[in-house]
Design a protein. Sequence first.
Length: 283
Amino acid sequence: MKTTQKTKALVESALMVAVATALSLLTVAQMPYGGSVTVASMLPIVLIAYRRGLGWGLGSGAVFAVLQQLLGLSNLSYFTTWQSILAVILLDYLVAFTVAGLGGVFRRVTEKQSLALLWGSLLVSALRYLCHVISGATVWAGLSIPTEAALLYSLGYNATYMIPETIVLAAAAWYLGTVIDFRREQPVRMMSEQTTKRGFGLLAAAFGLIAVVIAVDVALIFPHLQNAESGEFDFSGLAVESFADSFWLPVIIVTAIAAVAVTALLVMRRQAQEATETENSKN
């Protein structure tokens, strides 16, 4: 790579790390013992990995991971031994966020950019989830997660934020992959301006609705995931005697209505895109 290209890649990587860090601070939901749903905070790292390759991706991911560790220093106060502190730093931060640099590995697997970014986002989310699960089942066991059945509880706790985080990341990556060509040295728009405006408006509405529903569901469910006496993460609060009078009924109603509305918005977006493409082909 020539010096000029290296300089461009370095500047671009630094900018993407800064954007990723800013997005990580825009949380839709925050868990009490670590973990949050953000506005696709790993997406900039996935994009730089897709554009510049594995080396630049992992390097950017490592810097992003260090910044996440600095922002989460308070979580280390729960531990007293250097072994547990080191394990948290590695599993919950350095490794968990550095893997975002693998987001571009599917570029040579498929020529369809949107699919490559989608698969890359799913891969890095799965790897990050695995890191958090291992950390929860080992280091956090006995603190926020009961020692008994620690793996099961860790799977559940980390899924509460990683599932919506993955959905938001994958959807954003797929959409950007359909409208911007990141394979060019200078990214260019791949769709007409009219199609882009319609599609972006409808998709933004869908994302906004998903974010609201996630926040509402988390607010309704989370209070029941903590033991009232010990404060530990506990699934027993999810069990109810009367379904009709429980918190589950509004959760299901809100989620079902949102699912229908989001589906309708996505269908409208697709129809608008097809209509515009048909008009352009006639012209």
